[in-house]
Design a protein around this ligand. Structure first.
Ligand code: CAA
Length: 384
């Protein structure tokens, strides 16, 4: 239930995503989680329906939709499966937006168009084993060699890294002994066919188990000069600007998880009887349901207002961080309360809320931890 009045297009996108999620995602999500596997064919099906090119203009084969339409669709997919949602969020918010906003016309024609059609899946490679929250301390090195660049280093926590076709990689282009922090970082468009590319360790994660999260190793990978994105030295700023979008996507994902936790809790509390009555008759349970509902509604209202601000061309650095912070903490709260309402049944894999609990946690960590969101918010409050 959304407070935001929707246009006809927004409502029909929401319905399309809800139907797709119910028919083609939800029935399989438990198995994908158990098997730690997400079929690439499902990603391509998402692409065929337009879910992987929602924010890309029609001239680059996207749907050219507004941000709210995208976030509404993402919430629906996330309510069915958070792993499917993170693929959709990363693809739509990070690599495609980087290409659209900072790429050359040739890069858009070659890489963005197939990504918008969902034929190519995108990934974003910023973090490294030693550079997580402190992203600008990254060490992956790109060195000029004639017209090309030689890329050496390791990236971690790369979503969709096993099957990504186009990866946006941030690397240092200043001299190794002259680290200029964020100023010496550039962005590159790379593809797995380039020599020296290796998919490394696949993480064995607590949640989002269907979504492949991997290390990528670049062993002297030769990258054509034409694959530098935008201006040399601007890669960190491009990544940060893209994460402003990404954080809205993760907020929508978190709201989808929280909503699912609430829906399952409402049904279970109406059916489960203890002391001779359905447990929804107890105030202890009602208060939990009420708090879940109130927190979900407020996180969603802030997200939808922020989407509108973004489409008006306003900076959403602060509100994007607020959305991500509130929504991810709501997801963790709602999933925790859902497990409590289910009691022992909440703790076993036979019931759905155990997966939601595991999936919710990562929303407080990736695309900037809750602590980083608070740093961004506090900085923005001072600069306002
Ligand atoms: N928009 C535009 N520019 C920005 C910006 C933004 N949102 N944030 C920073 N910048 C610019 C700054 O203006 C500055 O530029 P100037 O030097 O020209 O002024 C430059 O970038 C450096 O900024 P800071 O000095 O603020 O940099 P910092 O080193 O202090 O770091 C930080 C700031 C907010 C802590 C940042 O490092 C950060 O967000 N860390 C978290 C990283 C993160 O979210 N990682 C997630 C990786 S993706 C992922 O999770 C995997 C996945 O696939 C899901």
């Amino acid at each position: 239930m959304s407070l935001t009045p929707l246009t006809e297009t927004q409502a029909s996108i929401q319905q399309l995503a809800r139907g797709f999620a119910a028919d083609e995602i939800a029935p399989h999500a438990g198995r994908w989680d158990r098997e730690s596997c997400f079929p690439v064919s499902v990603a391509h099906r998402m692409g065929a329906l337009g879910f992987l090119g929602m924010l890309i203009p029609e001239q680059y084969d996207g749907l050219g939709l507004d941000t709210l339409s995208y976030l509404l669709a993402l919430e629906e997919i996330a309510a069915a499966d958070a792993s499917a949602a993170v693929l959709m969020s990363v693809h739509n918010s990070l690599p495609t937006q980087m290409l659209l906003n900072f790429g050359s016309e040739a890069q858009r024609q070659r890489y963005l168009k197939p990504m918008a059609r969902g034929e190519s899946i995108g990934a974003f490679a910023l973090s490294e084993p030693e550079a997580g929250s402190d992203a600008s301390s990254l060490r992956c090195q790109a060195t000029r060699d004639g017209d090309d660049w030689i890329l050496t280093g390791t990236k971690s926590w790369v979503t969709s890294g096993t099957f990504a076709d186009v990866i946006l990689v941030m690397a240092r282009t200043d001299l190794p002994d002259a680290r200029r922090g964020s100023k010496g970082i550039s962005a590159f468009v790379v593809t797995p066919d380039l020599p020296g590319f290796h998919v490394g360790k696949k993480e064995d994660k607590m949640g989002l188990r269907a979504s492949p999260t991997v290390q990528l190793d670049f062993d002297g990978m030769r990258v054509p000069g034409a694959n530098l994105l935008g201006d040399e030295g601007q890669g960190f700023v491009y990544a940060m600007r893209s994460l402003d979008n990404g954080r809205l996507g993760i907020a929508a994902q978190a709201i989808g998880i929280a909503r699912s936790a609430l829906q399952h809790s409402l049904s279970y509390a109406a059916e489960r009887k203890q002391f001779g009555v359905p447990i929804k008759e107890f105030q202890a349970i009602q208060f939990k349901l009420a708090d879940m509902g109130a927190r979900i509604a407020s996180a969603r209202a802030l997200l939808h207002a922020t989407a509108a601000a973004k489409d008006r061309g306003e900076s959403v650095t602060m509100y994007g961080s607020m959305c991500k912070l509130l929504a991810s903490e709501t997801a963790m709260f709602a999933a925790t309360e859902a497990v409590q309402i289910f009691g022992g049944y909440g703790y076993v894999k036979e019931y759905p809320v155990e997966k939601l609990f595991r999936d919710a946690k990562i929303t407080e960590i990736y695309e900037g931890t809750s602590e980083i969101q608070r740093i961004v918010i506090a900085r923005e409050l001072y600069s306002a």
